[in-house]
Design a protein around this ligand. Sequence first.
Ligand code: NAP
Length: 551
Amino acid sequence: MNAESAPAPASSKAPRPLDVIVVGAGFGGLYAVYKFREMGLQVQGFEAGGDVGGVWYWNRYPGARVDLPSIDYSFGFSKEIEQEWTWSEYFAAQPELMAYFDFVAKRLDLRRHFRFNTRVERAAWDEERQLWVVTTAQGERFEAPYCVMATGPLSVPKDPDIPGLDRFKGELYRAARWPQTPVGYAGKRIGVLGTGSTGIQIVQEIGPQAGELFVFQRTPSFTMPMRNRRLDPDYVAEVKRHYPGLREAARNSPNGGLRPASTRAFFSVTPEERRRLLEDAWRNGGLAVLGTFSDLLLNPEANEHVAEFLRERIGEVVADPVTAEALKPRGYPVFARRPCLDSSYYETYNLPQVHLVDCISDPIVEITEKGIRTNSGEVELDMLILATGYDGLTGALLAFDVVGRDGRSVNDKWSEGARSYMGLMMEGFPNLFMTTGPNGPAALANIVRISENDVDWIATLMTHMAKNGLGAVEPALEAENAWMDIVAALAGRTLVSQAKTWYVGANVAGKPQGLSLFTGGFTKYREYCSAAIQNGFRDLVFEHEKLAVAA
Ligand code: NAP
């Protein structure tokens, strides 16, 4: 394989052997396929969904909308895409995100490299031939020296562990597998199970349309005003003029985005000033509150002050004091669960047809044929919507059989928790790469910037290998252990691990618990990635190309 080789001559009949297999057609997969193709490599992509878009292809639930600014949540590698695409809203809704993916795929001619509706079931390393052998659900086999898992941190939906789910006779929908055909809500008794980012968006969207809406809440989330708006043409023109600088700023920020990150500690300013800063941030909307102070995820006391500020806001909107009280999150630090953004979530509870079922004081016992039974009785439903989250970070890779050196599977390797080198590679799995993988900054920084960073890093390594006649690479065990020590040391400093969330694996029974995220910020993460390149990849163990040696 030569990363700089030209495409095979048109006269050659045999298909060119593959250089890279890419799994997934979300942000990471699309950029990977583009990048490797532009390097002259032969790429084959696989995607279980019917089209490009990754998590957004599946998440067509009512009210689905990105909670990072669209300008920020978009590719930065292509000037053409940046200039020719125009976002209509500050926070784009799912249909516009799908239109964006479609635009990118067409403009860069990416679809021809993918097999859609094709689930990869197995990937196994062939030691002798230094190849990954990938098998699809249809039983087809593909081989390539490199395999890139762009499978995303949130691609395996998680059903609730409640007895009786299969008994329910009404309409049952999973937010993360929403049908493509229209769903009607008028006049129906609807239950929404789950109050994370997804549940909140669904509730505010269908609350006004439903006959009756019952929101089953176990843990309340902190949610802040999104303050979405249409983008004015002058603003868009200004952004387009300054994209290079905006991208550079995002790449050099701890959250990988344009959201300001403060260097001011909470208790370094007076109580009046703190209040003013929080109120300003609240009025600005989005995740501005998170950016007000530098130590909100480090100092529990500062965190609690901000949590109380947010709880007060709930009380100002929700008319019924019992409902307001039940909606106030307690018992975990704010921002330790992924903060949510809403447009009218709390107002929705003031509608007469919307009811909060507090599953802490009135726990769910079972799902029945007719609805949900809690301790206090049965709530009959025509429709049940599951917004119960994902087997995050590791679920996608563990869902199929990935077998590395000496027949060892990722399931074995991760039996006590995900281990990786910078979220990009694993010891024992040569030439296998992940984008936004566990122990990288996924979920804590802009996923598009991380995807681009990861693909560029992998591409640099592939080029290095091609230039040096190298056939296989994996991290040294010591290097992987050293990375895991860094991840653990940083995790010990933050409050992020102090809530029961998908970040720490708490939402999946039997899953090893622990924070599989790099909490040092995107800037630091990129520094580590750059250092690995600068030092000639000395943390990695290389093998020469076996066929080249034999020749
Ligand atoms: P989530 O944050 O994990 O929330 C799942 C919800 O389901 C929680 O409220 C959970 O309650 C509840 N639940 C699960 N099992 C339950 C049970 N047996 N009984 C009662 N309640 C149960 O999942 P999500 O809302 O899908 O969000 C996941 C991530 O996707 C977010 O953190 C975010 O990163 C991303 N996301 C982003 C956007 C966006 O960009 N706008 C939108 C949606 C999602 P407990 O907490 O008590 O377990």
